[in-house]
Design a protein. Structure first.
Lengths: 220, 225
């Protein structure tokens, strides 16, 4: 029977702390880039013009229908061949996760905007607003409320995806777990600790989405 | 300007084919185990007995809220030391992805079963069926129909998640890409080809899923997500 001993993990708290900062760092980048770019692509998917609609649709289909780890490795190993400079692990992983999340969140934005009744547009136009003003002041604020649970879910997915950055040796929590396990020969405790840390970060977020979902179901 | 050359990659088509077969093997095995285990978890979760519903709920929450790659590493590096059995990368991957998709499938099953009107249960009981018979013959067949789109979506997610096995050196399609790129010094062409293969396989699958979904919509069935 294995005797659990977390002392060797606790002795490496500083390494885990560095990993946690790395995880939060890449999470913040991908959250802002992914959800921000997703809005642009989502508006493109909603656009009347074919010149906006088709590129946005191709982008969404491509990034939704390929695995994010393949995208990360492509940006890390393949992209530098076409560029005059190398791509850092952080840049490759951020690109892969952000573009992937942009494709998924674009569909959330599109669905949210489409769910707003025609009358809201008509009312805004009747008040003399142009398309952009109507979108920003009337449609998006209402749509965002409906999209909140789905967007929070996306944020959770981004947090989980950040572990894939360890595949290109970016220093984040899982990568540090690997390091601790190989130095102290304690994979059981090291990986259990990493799993527990992720659970502690994500569990409140998951509960928060449940609250948002219930509140939305009640209000609608 | 870089000159693209796909011939070295295409010369290794056999490695790519073997990788794709292994990807499909892991996806299929995990899907089958995940569905069975997911139904079991859903039924436990719906149980009136707290000692059954709480542990099931705990397993579902843990596997939905921790990253798949952390789970895979745990099952590959930690579990064998605890239980004292050797784990091949294939076994670790199937165990991880089965339990992980079971956690997601369980919520789909649960939503589907809950969506069936009370009257269906009452009717089944009225003609003398036991709880198990009512579930198997009346409720599940109707519920499963509503769950098909959610199952399809999850299956696509599962296939994409299987790429993680490349990190524990199981020879799936992504691992084949690594190997070929190192052998031929053609990472750009190799990873582009492999991304395209994934794109084609997953797009084909999601087109089938969409067609099924449309047929469900025509036959007037509501769906759960």
């Amino acid at each position: 029977m294995h005797r659990w001993d977390f002392a060797s993990v606790l002795a490496n708290t500083d390494a885990l702390l560095v990993g946690a900062i790395g995880t939060l760092h890449i999470f913040a980048i991908c959250l802002v880039l992914g959800l921000g770019l997703g809005l642009v692509v989502g508006l493109g998917r909603y656009a009347q013009s074919r010149w906006l609609y088709w590129p946005a649709t191709a982008f969404v289909e491509f990034f939704r229908n390929t695995p994010v780890l393949v995208q990360i490795l492509w940006f890390y190993f393949a992209l530098p061949i076409l560029l005059p400079f190398s791509v850092s692990p952080l840049a490759a992983a951020s690109l892969g996760i952000s573009l992937n999340s942009a494709a998924f969140s674009a569909e959330i934005y599109r669905g949210g905007i489409q769910s707003i009744e025609r009358g809201q547009w008509d009312g805004a136009r009747a008040l003399g607003m142009n398309w952009r003003q109507a979108m920003r002041r009337i449609i998006l604020p209402q749509a965002l409320k409906r999209m909140m649970p789905a967007l929070t879910n996306r944020a959770i997915e981004i947090f989980k995806m950040s572990t894939l950055a360890s595949a290109v040796a970016y220093v984040e929590l899982l990568q540090q777990g690997k390091l601790i396990a190989s130095l102290n020969f304690n994979p059981i405790e090291a990986y259990t600790a990493v799993a527990v840390i992720f659970f502690v970060f994500l569990w409140p977020l998951v509960q928060f989405t449940y609250v948002l979902e219930r509140r939305l179901a009640r209000d609608e | 300007m870089y000159k693209w050359d796909f011939t070295p990659v295409l010369a290794n088509a056999d490695l790519l084919a073997a990788g794709l077969v292994n990807t499909l093997k892991i996806t299929g095995t995990s899907l089958a185990c995940g569905l069975v285990l997911g139904l079991a978890l859903a039924l436990l979760r719906l149980s009136k007995h707290r000692w059954a519903s709480w542990p099931a709920g705990f397993v579902i929450e843990v596997f939905r809220t921790t990253p798949p790659l952390v789970q895979l590493f745990w099952f590959f590096f930690a579990l064998p030391l605890i239980v004292g059995i050797e784990m091949t990368p294939f076994m670790a991957a199937v165990v991880t992805f089965s339990i992980q998709s079971a956690a997601f499938f369980a919520e789909v099953f649960r939503a589907g079963i809950v969506s069936i009107e009370r009257g269906q249960w009452d009717g089944a009981r009225a003609i003398g069926m036991t709880h198990g018979q009512a579930l198997r013959r009346i409720v599940l067949p109707q519920a499963v129909k509503r769950m098909i789109p959610a199952f399809m979506e999850r299956t696509i997610e599962l296939m994409k998640t299987t790429t993680l096995v490349a990190t524990i050196a199981y020879a799936d399609l992504l691992y084949a890409a690594n190997e070929i790129s190192q052998k031929t010094f053609r990472p750009l062409e190799t990873f582009t080809v492999v991304a395209l293969i994934y794109f084609v396989v997953i797009t084909a699958f999601s087109l089938v899923a969409r067609r099924l979904e449309r047929r469900m919509a025509i036959s007037g069935e509501s769906t759960v997500h």
